[in-house]
Design a protein around this ligand. Structure first.
Ligand code: HEM
Length: 498
């Protein structure tokens, strides 16, 4: 501790702290957020742990979130902690992980102004609509053949295809290898916390990282070469697009910036590759998992589904498919999205790193500490939410049916599924718009009949989906959502013939 703060304690901590593992043995639940809640019952809303040799501080009230992510963010909590898998597979250039330094500012500005800004995202609306139609088409096929559909898998394909096409102009090859990258990001690597293990490289973890890297790199190199050719040809035609060519491809934008002498920083190929991995890892599973939770809640809450369907039918009708532009007129659907993120944040524990020692609520937060914000706990806390374990979208609506002022943009500290502050998620609009459109389209076109574990259709009050969680990079439902959709509208037959 510095001299100025020496008189202050660290947040309370369990005793004893064991050699090498620190307090890791106390994480005795399969999911981190549940272990942290259990420890919080004993040590309060702000406490410290050692993950191996890594000092870790856990916070779990909106007031604390605000202190960390607003009051002290700029000076102390502006960076994240990265594992060795993330470092290697993002070419040590993940925008999500790099320190709060000129490169982060530069690339974050590009993301906000040139990639995920409203105009660019709008230009890609037809692409997103095509990808939603693919999901609906798979449902229509399943409805016709009466063969169960793995909806969870379709949703993952949907988000991977969407991000892949927006980013690279194509989907297939990169998508599969990107899934492997994500899988290893999600694995809990003890080698990163317990230093003797680092030397032993236990569990072949590092070897697998290298194998995945060696598989991923040539694929992305090939895509980059292809895009460079396309950019060259386009320049020769004075910027005119080829027949059927996508109007925006993020990779093209980035490659053009790399050639642009007037840019304040010259972005390198490694940095571009890092950003590609970032968008896959940040934007695919998270959106698919959240949508899966939402559909499951709708299946388990027929009252909510009925109300949502009434809204879609009165605003859009039955003769045309819901479009992303309709979402602004569907407040109940938007409330369903918020309620899903409240109950099932795909990242239940938001992580930051303390880069400068800091006093907070009478305690010292040490430099280098990993900070864990237990967003899941706050979003289910009866102190902040009435009937927190009930799926009730109405809580986000006024008496007149409009939206309340609580949103997902990091200003309401009791609801932070996308984080808050300077490093808040830049994909919040893209993710919520896509999710709302997909939900409204499914609600409009199908009834999802649930298939149970034994492969039989579940009927009446048995037609419920398990809400058990499973661990990973994001927190998905433990079981795949298997359904036989039942077509509700003529739009479905049009889907099959398209
Ligand atoms: C349901 C979907 C999503 C959820 C729940 C989610 C959640 C989050 C959270 C909690 C953070 C950390 C925020 C913080 O530390 O305050 C984050 C960061 C980030 N997200 Fe998302 N995200 C989602 C979708 C997306 C999408 C679609 C993209 C991009 C296409 C994206 C790109 C990023 C990036 C680049 C960062 C790092 C930002 C930085 O460090 O400056 N996310 N996201």
């Amino acid at each position: 501790k510095s001299k100025a703060l020496r008189h202050l304690p660290n947040p309370p901590s369990p005793k004893p702290r064991l050699p090498f593992v620190g307090h890791l043995h106390l994480l005795d639940q399969p999911l981190l957020h549940h272990s942290l809640i259990k420890l919080g019952e004993r040590y309060g809303p702000l406490y410290s742990l050692y993950f191996g040799s890594m000092p870790t501080v856990v916070a779990s009230t909106p007031e604390l979130f605000k202190l960390f992510l607003q009051t002290h963010e700029a000076s102390s909590f502006n960076t994240r902690f990265q594992t060795s898998a993330i470092r290697r597979l993002t070419y040590d250039n993940s925008v999500a992980m790099v320190p709060f330094a000129p490169y982060w500012k530069f690339i974050r500005k590009i993301i906000m102004n040139d990639l995920l800004n409203a105009t660019t995202v709008n230009k890609l609306r037809p692409l997103r609509s095509q990808e939603i139609r693919k999901v609906l088409k798979a449902m229509a096929h399943s409805a016709e053949s009466q063969q169960p559909l793995n909806v969870t898998e379709e949703l993952l394909k949907w988000t991977n295809n969407t991000i892949s096409r927006m980013m690279l102009g194509e989907a297939e090859e990169v998508r599969d290898i990107a899934r492997e990258v994500l899988k290893i990001f999600g694995e809990y690597s003890l080698t990163d916390f317990i230093w003797p293990l680092k030397k032993l490289k236990v569990g072949q973890y590092e070897k697998r990282i290298d194998e995945i890297f060696n598989k991923f790199d040539p694929v992305i190199e090939k895509v980059i070469k292809k895009r460079q050719e396309i950019i060259k040809r386009r320049k020769e035609r004075d910027g005119e697009l080829e027949e059927g060519e996508q109007s925006v491809v993020f990779l093209d934008t980035l490659l053009e910036f790399a050639e642009d002498e007037t840019m304040e920083i010259k972005i390198t190929k490694e940095q571009i590759k890092g950003l590609v991995v970032d968008f896959f890892s940040a934007g695919t599973d998270s959106t698919a998992v959240a949508t899966d939770w939402a559909l499951s809640e709708l299946i388990n809450n027929p009252r909510v589904l009925k109300k949502a369907r009434e809204e879609v039918e009165s605003v859009v009708g039955k003769d045309r498919l819901v479009d992303e532009a309709d979402i602004q007129n569907l407040p109940y659907i938007r409330a369903i999205v918020k309620e899903t993120f409240r109950m099932h944040p795909p990242l239940p524990v938001v992580k930051r790193k303390c880069v400068q020692e800091c006093e907070l609520n009478g305690y010292v937060i040490p430099e280098g500490a990993l900070i864990l914000f237990n967003v899941w706990a706050v979003q289910r806390d009866p102190k902040y939410w009435e009937g927190p374990s009930e799926f009730r979208p109405e809580r986000f609506l006024t008496a007149e049916g409009g939206a309340t002022s609580i949103d997902l943009r990091g200003q309401n500290f009791e609801l932070l599924p996308f984080g808050s502050g300077r490093r808040m998620c830049p994909g919040v609009n893209l993710a919520t718009a896509g999710m709302a459109t997909l939900l409204a389209s499914v609600i409009q076109c199908f009834d999802l009949q649930v298939v149970g574990q034994k492969g039989k259709l579940l009927k009446g009050s048995d037609a419920k989906v398990s809400m058990e969680e499973s661990p990973g990079l994001t927190v998905p439902r433990a079981h795949n959502l298997m359904c036989v959709p039942l077509a509700r509208t003529n739009v479905t037959s049009e889907l099959l013939s398209s």
